[in-house]
Design a protein around this ligand. Sequence first.
Ligand code: CA
Length: 374
Amino acid sequence: MKPLSRKNFIKGVALGTISLPFVIRSCGADNFAQQSSSPNVITNKKYQWKMVTTWPPNFPVLGEGCNLFAEWVKEMSGGRLEIKVYGGGELVPPLQAFDAVRSGAADIGSGAAYYWAGKAPASQFFASVPFGMNAQQLNAWIISGGGIELWKELYGQYNLVPMLGGNTGVQMGGWFNKEINSIADLKGLKMRIPGLGGKVLEKAGGSPVLLAGGEIYTGLERGIIDATEWIGPYHDHKMGFYQIAKYYYSPGWHETGTALEFFMNKERYEKLPKDLQAILQTAAMRLNIWMLSEFEAKNTIYLAKLINEEKVDIRFYPEEVLTQLREFTEQSISDITSADPFSKKVYESYDKFRKQAGDWSKLTEKAFYNNIQI
Ligand code: CA
């Protein structure tokens, strides 16, 4: 579609002649776009899909979100597309979800793209980058800034179609039993911290340890790990970390707005009638805003509980520690992009958008936060 000139766009809006779908397509909101030659005929044919997830069954917000997504799809399709949700381990182990959907053993999966960094290194840029974009900026890059096209290109190589499926918002920096006053305090520290954040900790002399959600509490209690990050006040309160760790650190430099995802078997998705494809896209978009809102609302309530009821000692990483972690982040990203050309391509797009979004935020969000009483 030929882009409208500014003059004609303004004229069209003023005259009310530009319809909403036209505006959405013109703005490049590709998450909505139809992408196959699938039949545009509504029939009564029913589809039964299986969803595999990387979350424990009914896990707050993340697993609950998958259940809601399935309910919305069923409602919107009048029961023509039913999705049965399996928690991690119920059909396949959590981290086999990607392969299960690729092979067609399941139709759709829910996870975070950085879980697949071992297979597709570029995937992590669609989930979270230390010192990277926040939820608002990441949504903007993926939905409207070219991210979704790159993500589709990457997952297409694995017979998958990706979709945004939520965001945790900015996370907390983790639970420690000693103060972090300098970068030397991270040396030798065994910390549960996944993904690129773990690589950064390694460069600082620490040891990232991978533990499944259910093993973290006892791991910290028994000294298998010295520290852990998880998500934010709501989930961290449920995990009970305040009972066994002295300090709760801010900010979550390693996860500044982690995106969650759905990935669908490409052939199964393309065989669906167009209206069912649109329903999946719409439900995912609804979940994206629901999840961010749910995290934001619950985190504010549970932060107050942690402070007022559990008397948690909240600390901030010193500036000098954050500066050095940032340098280690740049080195870690360079390690990835120099070894994998597709990662380079994706990161160039990500980083260009991040810098421009940063310039805009300095004049807006940042200026605002600097001038209000928090
Ligand atoms: Ca985390």
